[in-house]
Structures are given as structure tokens and as C-alpha cells.
Design a protein around this ligand. Structure first.
Ligand code: SF4
Length: 100
């Protein structure tokens, strides 16, 4: 039997996370895999703050895919296209060493 307390303990955090975007922010099916060989070689990360700065000293904080000249923005999504990774979408807040 589900009590009110059980209901609140189970569902309030889930709904809260969804509303805060934590669950809604899961990558789309065609998102670039950070562990793809090319993505690895270019140091791509969905979150630019996670870039290996020792390996990629050209990274400057504030650089993200959505400020990159080749990013193909999709206004309805936080994921967009990139010609460096054809057929895959990258995160607007991502970065790789092909940034320009
Ligand atoms: Fe992002 Fe630009 Fe790298 Fe493409 S080339 S993954 S848009 S930083």
C-alpha cells in the first residue's frame, strides 16, 4: 500500500529533477559519443568545462560549440549539428579542439 509519505518520498525528487532539467537533458539518440575515436582524438566533451586542459591548452574557458563558427544550431534543442562529426549532434555547451 502506498502511503502519502511513500508517494512524496519517491515522486517529489523525480518530478523536481525533471522540472530542473536533469532528466530532460539526457542526450538524444543521435548525440555524439564522447568515447567515439574521433571525438576522443579531438577532446570533445558535452560539457566544455570538462575538457582536458592539459592535453588541449588551446581551450579557453567560455568557448563552447554554440559560439563555434561551424555549429549548426537547432533553436528547439540544446543539441546541434557539426560538420566535423557528420550525422551526429553535439551539445551547445560542448567543445572540441577543432573549435573555430
Ligand atoms: Fe563543437 Fe565546433 Fe568542435 Fe563542432 S567543431 S564539436 S561545433 S567546438
Amino acid at each position: 500500500m502506498t502511503t502519502r509519505r511513500t508517494f512524496l518520498l519517491c515522486w517529489v525528487p523525480v518530478v523536481g529533477a525533471a522540472l530542473s532539467g536533469k532528466l530532460l537533458a539526457s542526450p538524444p539518440a543521435d548525440a555524439l559519443d564522447e568515447h567515439d575515436a574521433k571525438a576522443e582524438s579531438l577532446g570533445y566533451r558535452h560539457d566544455a568545462s570538462q575538457v582536458d586542459k592539459a592535453r588541449f591548452p588551446s581551450y579557453t574557458p567560455g568557448q563552447t560549440c554554440d559560439t563555434c563558427q561551424v555549429y549548426q544550431s537547432d533553436a528547439s534543442s540544446e543539441w546541434g549539428g557539426c560538420p566535423v562529426f557528420p550525422g551526429k549532434r553535439v551539445n551547445a555547451k560542448g567543445w572540441c579542439s577543432a573549435y573555430q
